[in-house]
Design a protein around this ligand. Structure first.
Ligand SMILES: [Zn+2]
Length: 220
């Protein structure tokens, strides 16, 4: 049994999927994205960076007030494994407290940047009161693809019960190098949601999907 040392990667209700957004909030994307999600009557999970959340607390509040789920992606975008257990624990404890202070709601889920996780960093997340969420489908919206290619990847890779990884913003690389993506992210989400609707897959939050969670041992 791998369950005791595992991360959420999906759910057992195959009529549902969780659509998730990393690296935000982002002033040019979050407001129109919220409008789109409201129009589709869909609730999603936003894995936020504390440095972005503290710069844009109004956007975080808007996400909460629209009924979406707030989750943690880090203070910044640093991977945890090089920090060791104690360093990762302190980092996550601080990040959770600061995100909760902005969002004014409890934060339960954490997604590791780049999906990088060691047994020590996983244990640190648990000790900090967080449960780790990974993904089952990466639509590669962080690569230099056009909307049609991302929508096609989401269609092919995401199955019922899965967790779709998307980005409302792309964090620049470690040296601040700009990201090579010119996607219209709102149009991308619109077309992904239309595709999911056509397949009879209902988007829900990670919290809803994980009521009957599928878990995996994810260390990389
Ligand atoms: Zn990220």
């Amino acid at each position: 049994m791998l369950a005791p040392v595992s991360s959420v990667a999906g759910g057992h209700d195959l009529s549902q999927v969780a659509v998730t957004f990393d690296d935000g909030p982002e002033p040019s994307v979050t407001p129109p994205l919220l409008e789109l999600l409201a129009r589709h009557e869909v609730r999603c999970t936003f894995f936020l960076l504390v440095k972005q959340a503290e710069q844009h607390p109004d956007l975080v509040r808007a996400v909460v007030e629209a009924g979406h789920e707030i989750a943690l992606h880090g203070l910044d975008h640093r991977p945890l494994p090089p920090m060791g257990h104690r360093g990762a624990y302190r980092y996550l404890r601080e990040a959770k407290a600061r995100l909760e202070a902005v969002a004014q709601v409890p934060v339960h889920w954490y997604r590791p940047p780049y999906g990088k996780q060691s047994v020590r960093s996983w244990a640190a997340a648990r000790r900090a009161g967080l449960d780790v969420v990974v993904w089952s489908a990466d639509a590669a919206d962080w690569e230099d693809l056009d909307v049609a290619a991302v929508v096609e990847l989401a269609h092919v890779r995401l199955a019922g019960g899965g967790v779709l990884l998307l980005h409302e913003r792309l964090e620049p690389g470690p040296a601040g190098e700009p990201v090579e993506s010119h996607l219209d992210r709102v149009e991308m989400v619109e077309r992904v949601l239309t595709d999911l609707g056509g397949r009879g897959l209902r988007p829900v939050t990670v919290g809803d999907l994980a009521r009957r969670a599928r878990r995996t041992a994810w260390f990389r």
